[in-house]
Design a binder for this molecule. Structure first.
Ligand code: ATP
Ligand code: AMO
Length: 434
């Protein structure tokens, strides 16, 4: 809008037109205040009833909360106003009146149910705390993208409608593609590997992944944002270095550029940057340490996947981000390379936050014969993946990479209780719209 001033920019002495939503109206008798809210903050509009045009006062004080209005007037210093300034209106226009019956009131202090909030995200994102989460999420994605570009990666986008799954057969969403069976992609895994074998060499993608997860948990979505990396002439150690750099860059950017949002979320004081190198524990050490905590009813044995309780016990023990490396080959996917001297042991790694897994990655099997044998070992038909495997016949360099869960990064960084808080329109078992 031309000539519009954001409320945060209105300075005493200015004559401005501001536009936004009616946050609240307080009528004290002879004087009344309307708090107008826009993306930058809030400003007080003062109505001195005896001294102002009656129609203007009636319009301003009669307007329902959350209506959109524009106000033109002079800005004055006023220490008693919430932001220290106020506007005395000369013109006021109701641009879009709101129904007085709001399903969710952004000015209410008491939190509504999450499902009500998700059903009314527009209203929900008129709350400072919720706005702050999504501004930080955007900053995390910006910093991630900038970091990848700084280290020389090329951004790619790969198909989300695919012919085959990669992350285990049961978690696929089937769709019909012109009469043929197709799926929503669970991971850009195979495509990013194909690009690591191209002249691009080092690639990244930030995009949606689709998982038909059966369980409804506070840390699983059916549509999530994956931050993927794949690099040629890299091994799993290099990939761990890259992910460590990305996570640290995201924290640093938020600390530097989102101080107000952290304040709004009331976590500014305890917002610590991850320091030093993330410890790299082998899977064997990890299960030993979990067993030693005594938190689990049953001791873990080699080959077990780590239960959530075990991850939490180890997280509390370590106290910060850490890697778990050298997983048993049998619980890692076919594309992960095994150690040369021990084929029971894979190069797969996970990056953990004390609360949960953030990343999976590893060095990839780039040798054609071993790759095809790996498919067969995991009960997959290599013929179905021919579009992928055949490129391994034409000069596929050693390569490694990872997938980082975008919402999990946001959730753990901001101490959110539920991953749904970190995505605008979450997809879960119960939720297909909005
Ligand atoms: P003033 O002395 O500034 O002219 P007032 O006494 O005429 O104010 P009241 O109707 O008595 O106005 O004010 C009601 C309440 O609103 C008082 O508690 C007063 O401190 C507060 N108030 C008055 N003006 C402002 C303002 N511009 N911003 C915030 N609070 C105000
Ligand atoms: P993985 O399946 O472990 O690995 O996924 C990588 C990361 O993505 C996030 N994630 C999820 N977040 C929310 N809801 C979900 N349902 C969900 N599923 C996964 C997690 C997880 O650590 N192709 C490999 C990556 C690789 O090796 O490059 C893969 O997809 O944070």
């Amino acid at each position: 809008m031309q000539n519009r001033t954001y409320t945060a920019d209105a300075e005493p002495g200015d004559h401005v037109t501001v536009a936004g939503w009616v946050h609240e109206v307080r009528d004290l008798g002879g004087i009344a205040f309307l708090i107008l809210r826009d993306t930058s903050g809030k400003i007080q509009i003062k109505f001195e009833k005896d001294e102002m045009d009656e129609e203007l006062v009636d319009t301003g004080l009669g307007v329902a909360r959350e209506s959109v209005i524009t106000v033109t007037g002079a800005v004055d210093e006023e220490p008693r106003a919430p932001t220290g300034v106020e506007i005395t209106p000369e013109e006021l226009e109701v641009v879009a009146p709101a129904d007085p019956q709001l399903p969710l009131d952004p000015s209410e202090k008491v939190d509504a149910e999450l499902s009500t909030r998700l059903d009314n995200r527009t209203l929900d994102l008129r709350k400072d705390e919720v706005q702050a989460i999504f501004e930080i999420r955007a900053e995390i994605l910006r910093a991630t993208r900038d970091h990848f570009r700084k280290v020389g990666c090329t951004e790619i986008t790969t198909p989300k409608i695919v012919a085959t799954g990669t992350e285990g057969g049961t978690e696929l969403f089937p769709i019909t593609y012109f009469g043929e069976e197709a799926f929503m992609n669970q991971s850009p895994q195979l495509f990013k590997q194909l690009m690591a074998g191209s002249n691009l060499e080092e690639v990244f993608e930030i995009g949606p992944i689709f998982r038909a997860e059966e369980h409804n948990t506070p840390r699983h979505l059916n549509e999530a944002t994956s931050i993927d990396y794949e690099g040629a002439f890299c091994d799993h150690h290099d990939a761990m270095d890259v992910v460590e750099g990305v996570v640290k860059a995201a924290y640093e950017a938020v600390a530097e550029n989102c101080a107000d949002q952290l304040e709004t979320l009331d976590i500014a004081d305890e917002f610590d940057l991850p320091e030093g190198d993330f410890p790299r524990l082998s899977y064997e050490e990890a299960i030993e340490r979990i067993n030693a905590t005594g938190e689990l009813d049953e001791q873990l044995v080699w080959g077990d996947d780590l239960p959530t309780e075990g991850e939490k016990a180890l997280g509390a023990d370590v106290g910060g981000h850490y890697f778990i490396t050298d997983w048993p080959s049998e619980i890692k996917p076919f594309y992960i390379m095994d150690h040369e001297d021990d084929e029971q042991l894979s190069t797969g790694f996970d990056l953990m936050h004390p609360e949960m897994e953030l990343v999976s990655g590893g060095q990839r099997e780039h040798r054609y014969d071993e790759l095809v044998a790996g498919f067969e070992q995991q009960g997959l038909d290599p013929d179905q993946f021919e579009y992928y495997t055949k490129m391994f016949k034409y000069g596929m360099p050693p390569h490694a990479g990872f997938g980082l869960g975008g919402e999990r990064l946001v959730m753990t960084m901001l101490e959110l209780d539920n991953i749904r808080e970190a995505v605008l329109f979450p997809r879960d078992r119960q939720r297909l719209s909005p």
